[in-house]
Design a binder for this molecule. Structure first.
Ligand code: FAD
Length: 391
């Protein structure tokens, strides 16, 4: 990344999404002198942090015709990162003792994070750039520019041309479901964590939770408060694993992964244990999804790898007109959005230049080779730290 020789220019930029990534990005773009339009299909800022008791009409989110909900937040969720590490650098996430509705704890509840995002939007007058209830349905390159087609809540379609598009649509909405041998004939209930809100539906049940990263660890303990038994299946554990986990209800066990599910309702784990379960909760993570993006096959998603992306942000042959803020999964997310979007803004204004597309591809291929050499699976291409990963 070299300082540019070109005069600094202002671009007309579309940002897709007004979650934390979108509002931080739009602030950086405007600070750099660009004109910005943010498209947001919901009625308010906050994205994932806008909790709703509603969920997708299909609990596994497999039916393409299902009614969809964006948020994956459950009622009991508190941050898994301390507030000091969550805020944007020049707008820290400080406790607000002046307002009783706020949660001043170091690891606050999800409502507090939404309130912080709303404070940020108010402070930096972000809402004046946002078109709410407007969904982007198609984005494609045309003659060196980008056509963005959007749909208002009434169904009205609009086409507009931009110099650049920054994609900030989030990646915790499209569930990834692990296949279990025999599951088709297993008679119990199944749900993905995207659609989990409260433990009540699992009262007195025997429940198997698949996955033991952030969501699996949280949700298994939440359900244990009301269930008869909860069994966690973790593929990260040795096949012989069978441990009791300490919880007040004394009803939580850790196993290795599931071997089979059977017609008689039994679940057999790789450690040889068998439980007759009422429900399975898949805390098995999410897929990247850019259903609006038309790049003629250039950009692909392969096992959770969005490729090719230079430093997880720019697709070389389409840069700098197309960029992504928020692809990596990591612990300190909002600061990452800030740094990525400052880079995008500076590249678009010409203050910073990117390497040539060939050089960027070389860098990407070297990154893939280094992951291979370390034996890191493709699905962890964008995992910087393991904090938010469900598997
Ligand atoms: P989102 O918040 O998902 O926002 C994307 C926005 O884009 C949404 O508003 C959506 O409506 C909009 N959108 C999508 N498609 C379109 C379209 N076609 N047209 C128009 N608008 C569109 N991070 C932390 O820092 N701390 C935590 O404690 C933490 N806990 C988490 C717990 C869970 C269960 C999960 C799943 C994630 C957690 N994260 C946490 C990570 C979290 O993803 C980030 O904090 C961050 O909020 C993501 O912001 P985003 O803007 O990338 O995506």
């Amino acid at each position: 990344m070299a300082p540019a020789q070109n005069p600094i220019t202002s671009k007309h930029v579309a940002v897709i999404g007004a979650g934390a990534a979108g509002i931080i990005t739009s602030r950086e773009l405007r600070r750099e002198g660009h004109s910005v339009v943010v498209y947001e299909r919901e009625k308010q800022v906050g994205g994932l942090w806008v909790y709703t008791p509603k969920s997708d009409s299909d609990p596994l989110s497999l039916d393409p015709t299902r009614s969809k909900v964006h948020s994956s937040i459950y009622e009991s969720l508190r941050t898994n990162v301390p507030r000091e590490s969550m805020g944007v650098r020049d707008f820290p996430f400080l406790p607000r003792f002046d307002d009783e509705s706020r949660d001043p704890r170091r690891y606050p509840n999800h409502r507090e994070v939404l309130a912080y995002i709303q404070d940020f939007a108010r402070e930096f007058k972000i809402e004046e750039m946002i078109r709410f209830e407007t969904e982007v349905v198609r984005v494609e390159p045309v003659d060196g520019k980008w056509r963005v087609q959007s749909k208002k809540s009434g169904g009205f379609l609009e086409d507009e041309i931009y110099d650049a598009v920054v994609v900030c649509n989030g990646h915790y909405t499209e569930p990834n479901i692990t296949h279990i041998p025999g599951i088709k004939s297993w008679p119990g209930k199944q749900i993905h964590s995207h659609n989990y809100r409260v433990p009540d539906p699992f009262e007195n049940e025997v429940v198997v939770v698949i996955g033991n990263f952030a969501s699996g660890a949280d949700i298994s303990r939440d359900i244990a408060k009301v269930a008869k038994e909860v069994h966690i299946a973790s593929r990260a554990r040795e096949p012989h694993t069978y441990e009791k986990i300490s919880v007040p209800q004394n009803n939580l066990w850790m196993h290795s992964e599931i071997d089979t599910a059977n017609e008689d309702g039994s679940i057999v784990f790789k450690n040889g244990k068998v439980v007759f379960a009422d429900s399975i909760v898949y805390c098995t993570g999410y897929k990247y999804n850019f259903p609006f993006l038309e790049t003629n096959g250039y950009l692909r998603i392969d096992e959770k790898r969005v490729e090719p992306l230079y430093k997880h942000v720019f697709p070389p042959a389409l840069a700098p007109g197309l960029s992504f803020v928020g692809v990596p999964a990591m612990g300190i997310v909002f600061v990452m959005f800030e740094i990525q979007s400052k880079w995008v803004a500076a590249v678009l204004s010409g203050r910073v230049t990117l390497p040539s597309p060939d050089k960027m591809m070389e860098d990407i291929n070297a990154w893939y080779a280094s992951l291979d050499a370390l034996g890191i699976p493709k699905r962890h291409t964008h995992t910087i730290g393991r904090i938010q990963v469900s598997s």
